[in-house]
Ligand binder design. Sequence first.
Ligand code: ADP
Ligand code: MG
Length: 478
Amino acid sequence: MQWETVIGLEIHAQLSSQSKIFSGSAIAFGAEPNTQANAVDLGMPGVLPVLNKAVLAMAVKFGLATGAQIGRTSVFARKNYFYPDLPKGYQISQMDLPIVGPGEVEITLEDGSSKIVRLTRAHLEEDAGKSLHEDYSGMSGIDLNRAGTPLLEIVSEPDMRSAKEAVAYARTIHSLVRYIGICDGNMQEGSFRCDANVSVRLKGEEEYGTRTEIKNVNSFRFLERAINFEVERQIDVLEAGKSVVQETRLYDADLDETRSMRSKEEANDYRYFPDPDLLPVVIDDAFIDSLRSTLPELPAARRARFISELGLSAEDAGTLTADRELADYFEAAMCGGKVKAKLAANWVIVELTGRLNKENLSLADSPVDAGALGQLLQRISDNTISGKIAKQVFDAMWAGEGSADEIIEAKGLVQITDTSAIEAMCDEVIAANPSQVEQYRGGKDKLLGFFVGQVMKASGGKANPAQLNEILRKKLQG
Ligand code: ADP
Ligand code: MG
């Protein structure tokens, strides 16, 4: 039988404001428990929440970046449930009138094709606190630092048809929220969390199948695996003649499986109602326009520009623009056009990123900044050094030995482009290897590499490779 997968994602992006959504407490990660929770976060009676304007602005920016409708009037609602890390007994969220209405994002798949995923809505809400089970035997600790942390919940339509599409969508949103500076995207710290709603149906069928919701996925790799596991599980259930139970399932990365957490029957009735402590939020054109003017060039537009104006491949453009800082670095390394885009892209993607990954460094910690790399690349472009020597110079720059020019000068790495000097070296190598010369002339073309290597070695790696090749070829032909 032919099954089709249907996926919709709910993403919680923690907004990178200074303070909480309804109180003045800080939201910095990693503070001592309960040092960033005030009377409002603790749910003390008689205190009143006040909406953080910076948080509202971030939600609107997200709406603008996805071409979505902005809710001119939006309303906060109480989502009622009991849990020890929720002292108020309700979470403040949005229900009927969210701040961001329907919108859409374009995702690009591995094969280069693209697809539109519709956004249902995005709404503001506060995070709950955290229960700590590990450090207390027979007891649980409650840390309310996270209570009241601002979240934007971004809900998609069930438009994805494979785990790969779901990951591409999640990555697109991840890149977007970081571009517009509303979320740091740190998945390990929980600043960006994805819940995947998954169902399967027979191909051609109109109605969606019963879905499950997978929680607890904290990397894109796990998201893909969790969905794939869940799809297989549901198909097995259906092919065995049973039905899928609508439930929430937890992904266990160690076992690479999903497990039932709670079923629909046990699901809470949240008894949503408008929060009487908070007035409806009404925003005007001036507020929206002021935010629109702060939006940077968005990843999709930047990617398209890198392809059409700079001539990069779709893959390179996608890699560079997925991260705003990386794209900025790349553009800065081009030194206003003095360095060709392709050369800069190769160095940024292969050498720089490779080195950063190897040493587990972030771009911000790179010992070589964009301007410094740009200078090195200019020395390749103007033939001062070969690409191979440039790697040696890059290593020295990385080790803090100075700028590209300083290192080239200090180590005497300037490329030899003097034709007569290269000819002299070729003559020596040819004279020293008569039998190889004979074999080459007898048709063993592959030996050219041997001669190139010998002359290169004699030149300390500094002979201009193109000149060297040409001169050798001529001389060997006799
Ligand atoms: P709830 O209110 O229970 O969270 P929603 O209707 O808001 O349910 O849907 C939540 C998410 O589930 C959305 O991202 C939506 O696209 C997705 N979804 C809804 N139905 C299905 C389905 N049959 N299969 C896969 N995803 C679904
Ligand atoms: Mg939901």
